[in-house]
Design a protein. Sequence first.
Length: 761
Amino acid sequence: MSPSPAPADPPYLRGLNEPQRDAVLTTDGPVLVLAGAGTGKTAALTARLAHLIATRRAWPSEILAVTFTNKAAREMRERVGRMMGDAVEGMPWLGTFHSVAARMLRRHAGLVGLQSNFTILDTDDQLRLLKQLIQAADIDEKRFTARALAGLIDRWKNRGWTPAEIDAGESEAFANGRGQELYAAYQARLKAVNACDFGDLLLHMLVILKTHRDVLADYQRRFRYILVDEYQDTNASQYLWLRLLAQDRKNICCVGDDDQSIYSWRGAEVTNILRFERDFPGAKVIRLEQNYRSTPHILAAASGVIANNGGRLGKTLWTEQAAGEKVGVIGVWDGPEEARRVGEEIEGFQRGGGRIDAVAILVRAQHQTREFEDRFIAIGMPYRIVGGFRFYERAEIRDALAYLRVIAQPADDLAFERIVNTPKRGIGDKAVAKLHQVARSQGLPLTHAAARILDTDELTPAARRSLGNLIGDIARWRSKVGELPHAEVARIMLDESGYTAMLQAERSTEASGRLENLTELARAMEEYETLGAFLEHVSLVMDNEANADDAKVTIMTIHAAKGLEYDTVFLAGWEEGLFPSQRALDEGGTASLEEERRLAYVAITRARRRAVILHAANRRIYGQWTSSIPSRFVGELPPEHVTTETTMTGGESLWRAQWSEQGDPFAHLAAANATRAAQRGPGWQRAMVKPLDMSPTRLAEVKTSAASFAAKPRSDIALGQRVFHTKFGYGAVAEIEGNKLEIDFEQAGRKRVLDSFVTVS
């Protein structure tokens, strides 16, 4: 009698490779699935869910499955639904961390002083409440802002800390030691109005599980299996919550990739995934290493970079695909040439029949998108910004443009309305309504109506004084347009209006990014002959939004690209100080460097067929040309998987002549390259930058830029020089940065001013 045929695999196992099957079928005990980029972790995770239900190991209501985004939770639910039909409808505990925690908290709200119908505050409501508390505590709100306090409280909640757990050192981070006091007052106020913020959803449940053992025991019995997606992105609060729930049965399966942990700035701790085996002794670690997305050259390049990180569990990605193209490394002369080169590459790809919606440009910082946007407008290349606004649509840019529009055109009422109380200057809705009334009755623009109302008593003295200062400032800035370059007028306007100080006071990563965007705006203005020409250009850019269904090149930050993939990816701005970010290195040291390297790994592995890395020899930083050296990550790329090219139109002799008195940028660059090569060995030589011959058009552009830079610094001012400023009086020059001076004034203290505003005494 012939043996019975082996039963066929259930549908959810078909097409899975052996490690994926192992991740599905290993059901009991703790399991860590290390899923490299593009290795099909979602397929394994959803198949595991289906297997648990199909084999009756648990009812759908006995499985806790959490992820980070609604999109990921929805995709998981849809996939399981296709496999298991209606069974997915009985999974109340499948969702994001916050949605699952909110469901739990509504059942136990009374244990933390809330009612089950509590409200979840949005960001605006949270900031409004914190502002009230800061004012009630008689704290300088301009110096210690509600947004800064919100960020601090969010960080504490991500760590699972209640107000009672904040020590003096942490409390010192806000208002000279009053952080803990304000945190406690904030929590008390939330309970009084039966509300919580998003951080409370997990924090309250963590407190309940720690202090009410009966509740913890109930959930430990309820959840036979726990599944966690993107475990490398968990913060301390989420980690502690999961560990408590899993301690009894220990049937927890965490899927993640320590090499893709890139969100420390929002509380994620890579150590959570690194210590999984210590938290759950005897855990089985399964590595998903077969990549279904990228070519071998791309995978080898990414692996070569990430291998330089020390804090990682390790895995080796491989693929059955053909070798494909090597990763390209292109050195360009400067930022504008970088945008031109990428534009030409995409146009060539398009002429060859490629779809531009299969192309992405990934940048480290949002301000980098501006030059690509301007270039694509010029050549008619459709594009879209993902994960953020287009450059000229960002709030801080629109605010600055509104100021510039009022300077250029006093009758621009819409622009004046936007800036009249931005930043806050005590001109409220009633005052603005009065301005509109006068303007309508007399047929005047708002700026003219404002000038007339100043001679009446129709506004409060404080509002009249603030409005008068604003009108005077606008007139003064307008008068400078003919005297100074319009980009300098913009910088002065941003400083004197208080807009720069407003963002500096926020002390947040978001505010720092907004300041960088404003710096990039002023830099962009230098490329246009007049303020009017620049504003006309912006209008054309803003009017460029084509049909949403048309194919477009995608531009986004690397952070926003995680989880996405494209046939061709251009990775722009791989220079030291930009990527890795100098600010990240200054603030976080080695830990931040390793996260930046993980970001490089994520960036490279977004590419399916072609990856091109670009670095520039020169960047404009704070309006000044700065020589750049390639990112250390370029030097870490395995040479056998990389092709290098330089397209820099350099004009070395011209630049040497122009910079002869200011210092030779090429000498600086050569010295920096030599130092880096000595530190990192011969591999770094691949990234050396050597200017090539330039076209006549580009030669003229470079000559103009060099002459402009050389003309800015004043030769009659030196360190220690005594100078006079009409507003601040006498002082001594402490620092010189191009045409910007740091001066220790005898009466006003240290100030940063332009050299054109001082005279040598």
